[in-house]
Design a protein. Structure first.
Length: 132
């Protein structure tokens, strides 16, 4: 069994890079939060890619979901939205996408209606040949 394979991801996907860039950006924008990547909620297995907890107000939590996909879908938005509920209770979640990820008006509106922002990062969807 291969544990490092993420479901439905092309082998040379740049998702780790996107996650890192998004986490760094969230750190800059939220200096009062301790930002971590891939936080697992014990016993639940549900986890946002990026998780931030306020340094002095522990119940204030934020999250980020990195989507290194060809097109952002409603399913992606629903997944990110699920982190706002139990067990994470995140007050805000943002979805980070690669620079060439297609985001339709409908999906962007769905995210907005759920109180989430879709943020585009200058990260290519696939690694360059020399990074593989």
């Amino acid at each position: 069994i291969m544990f490092w394979k993420k479901k439905g991801i092309v082998p040379n996907s740049n998702w780790r890079e996107l996650e890192k860039v998004q986490a760094d950006d969230m750190k800059k924008r939220n200096p009062d939060y301790k930002i971590q990547t891939q936080k697992v909620y014990r016993g639940y297995g549900k986890r946002p890619d990026i998780y931030g907890q306020h340094k002095t107000i522990p119940h204030k939590r934020i999250g980020g979901e990195s989507k290194c996909v060809k097109e952002l879908t409603s399913k992606n938005v629903k997944q990110a939205k699920s982190y706002k509920k139990h067990p994470g209770y995140l007050s805000s979640v943002e979805i980070g996408v690669c620079k060439e990820t297609k985001v339709t008006h409908k999906v962007r509106k769905e995210a907005k209606d759920s109180g989430m922002k879709v943020k585009r990062y200058n990260v290519k969807r696939e690694k360059s040949w020399w990074q593989i």
